[in-house]
Ligand binder design. Structure first.
Ligand code: NAD
Length: 497
């Protein structure tokens, strides 16, 4: 067997081993015989070095004109585009989602990088009249300093790029800690940044466990922004760690997204949407459809159609282009899925599809599970309330539109929701009344584009938004500037009365 490649941390423009001298393995979840690579098991010492490099580099990077920073990002975006296929294959090998989807993930990073490159020639502030004569007022954006990023494994390149590119264009420097299941995609992203001209120290990467590497990033006074995407449980810890030091924290967390199907919906379309929403990325998307609620008139028909389609999905290694659903990312995620199947059965929900691990042949080498559907799920059940983050769809029934809205909002999360209906009035009412950060009409709960704000309400987020120009609010601070050219003291609110 070939010796696995050892990947290092990236600090101050150099690939360096962790001071721990230890590494961890990253294996392919579709074939655990394959070691994708060995990565540094880093410590707080390594994080300290990375933050020192970022703090030093900030002194110069913040003064590089934003259009020039943008020119480098254009090169990064173009290179990601050129290398899209190999980057996407690496991503499928390390986290399992099918190649069509990892191409989409890489494309999202490309889109975000081009978008933020263009922002280099905008970064709009504003001017506004003064109350006084001979005085000029403006509000401009300023960077904050070192930004620390803690990212999950389900969008291994897209999510890091959503944080990194806006931070860089605003003039900040970066230390990123990727998820332990997907460090290779971040190694690849950082390598492209370095090779296309981002100066030493501006982007730094340290791999390793959340408690060992993530926590020191949160604790260090020199880090002024912490942007985290992951579970609500860890997000709460990040928030608590940032609060005493008044750091900006941008938190993107869990979801329990709903698709509503009215009795006038195009059912074929609604089934295609729910199938993609629930089983795309093996259900491991923060925006995955985990609750499907259907009007009583079409409930039975919809359940039957969903079952037939789910049973027909081809599950396997995502590098095979005919495969429609890959494995769970790791053993623990597979165990979670199977434990929720048992919970659902005990609670009295009706298992109508899947519910088992796939075994035999190549399946034995990976974390494969059948696409699973529970019908007759009610609002008191754990299946209804808790994020599973796997290919388990819960279907419930409603009588009328108002009940559908009440059920849709009956969750601690608020990321994404959708409605399938031909009635424009119901579409607009649902758009207004479902309390989420993202809403779709006649489309699944997944499918965000990078130039619209991304994020959620309630326990999904802390009010910030990623992507679009909205994300600039996280990575810059307003400075209001008053220029008095009257040659005399002019006291605001006093001398102009
Ligand atoms: P996770 O919370 O377990 O881990 C996320 C990151 O936090 C990882 O890098 C991990 O190493 C790190 N971490 C873990 N413990 C830490 C600690 N004590 N201190 C600092 N860092 C720590 O989440 P995950 O399993 O990687 O991802 C799945 C979760 O992410 C789901 O809940 C999903 O909904 C959520 N998610 C949300 C969005 C969104 O935009 N809302 C997008 C993708 C994923």
């Amino acid at each position: 067997m070939a010796t696995p490649t050892v990947f290092k941390n990236f600090i101050n423009g150099e690939w360096v081993a962790s001071k721990s001298g230890e590494t961890f393995e990253n294996r392919n979840p579709a074939n655990t015989d394959e070691v994708v690579g060995l990565f540094q098991k880093s410590t707080a010492d390594d994080v300290n070095d990375a933050i020192s490099a970022a703090a030093e580099a900030y002194k110069k990077w913040r003064l590089v004109p934003a259009p020039k920073r943008g020119e480098i990002l254009y090169k990064v975006a173009q290179r990601l585009l050129n290398d899209k296929e190999s980057l996407s294959k690496d991503m499928t090998r390390e986290m399992g989602k099918i190649i069509a989807e990892t191409r989409g993930d890489t494309q999202e990073a490309i889109d975000m990088t081009f978008y933020m490159a263009g922002e280099g020639r905008r970064l709009f502030g504003f001017t506004t009249p003064s109350e006084m004569q001979n005085k000029f007022n403006m509000a401009i954006r300023q960077p904050l300093g070192v930004c620390g990023f803690i990212t999950p494994w389900n969008f291994p390149m897209a999510i890091p790029s959503w944080k990194m590119m806006p931070a860089l264009i605003c003039g900040n420097t970066v230390v990123i800690k990727p998820a332990t299941d997907t460090p290779l995609s971040v190694v690849n992203l950082v390598k492209v940044c370095h090779e296309e001209g981002i100066p030493a120290g501006v982007v730094n990467m340290v791999t390793g466990a959340g408690s060992k590497v993530g926590q020191p990033i949160i604790n260090d006074d020199r880090v002024r922004v912490v942007s985290f995407t992951g579970s609500t449980e860890v997000g709460r810890k990040v928030s608590e760690g940032c609060a005493p030091k008044f750091k900006h924290s941008c938190l993107e967390m869990g979801g329990k997204n709903v698709q509503i199907v009215m009795n006038d919906a195009n059912l074929e379309l609604a089934v295609e949407g729910a199938l993609w929403g629930a089983f795309g990325t093996t259900g491991q998307r923060c925006t995955a459809t985990s609750r499907l609620i259907v009007h009583k008139d079409v409930y039975k028909k919809m359940v039957d159609m969903m079952v037939a389609k789910a049973n027909a999905l081809k599950v396997g290694n995502g590098l095979d282009p005919s495969v429609q659903m890959g494995p769970c990312v790791n053993q623990s995620q597979l165990d979670t899925v199977l434990s929720y199947v048992e919970i659902g059965k005990k609670e009295g929900a009706k298992l109508v599809a899947g519910g088992e691990r796939l075994t035999g042949g190549d399946y034995d080498k990976g974390f494969f599970v059948k696409p699973s559907i529970f019908a007759d799920v009610t609002q008191s059940m754990r299946l209804w309330k808790e994020e599973i983050f796997g290919p388990v769809l819960s279907i419930g029934v409603f009588d009328n539109f108002d009940q559908a809205i009440e059920m849709a909002n009956d969750t601690e999360y608020g990321l994404s929701a959708s409605i399938y209906t031909q009635d424009i009035n119901n579409a607009y009412r649902a758009m207004r009344d479902v309390y989420t950060g993202i809403f779709y009409v006649n489309a699944p709960t997944i499918g965000a584009e990078t130039h619209l704000p991304f994020g959620g309400t309630k326990n999904t987020g802390n009010g910030h938004r990623e992507a679009a120009a909205a994300t600039l609010e996280v990575y810059s601070e307003w400075k209001s500037v008053y220029v008095d050219f009257s040659g005399k003291i002019q006291r605001a609110q006093i001398d102009n009365q």
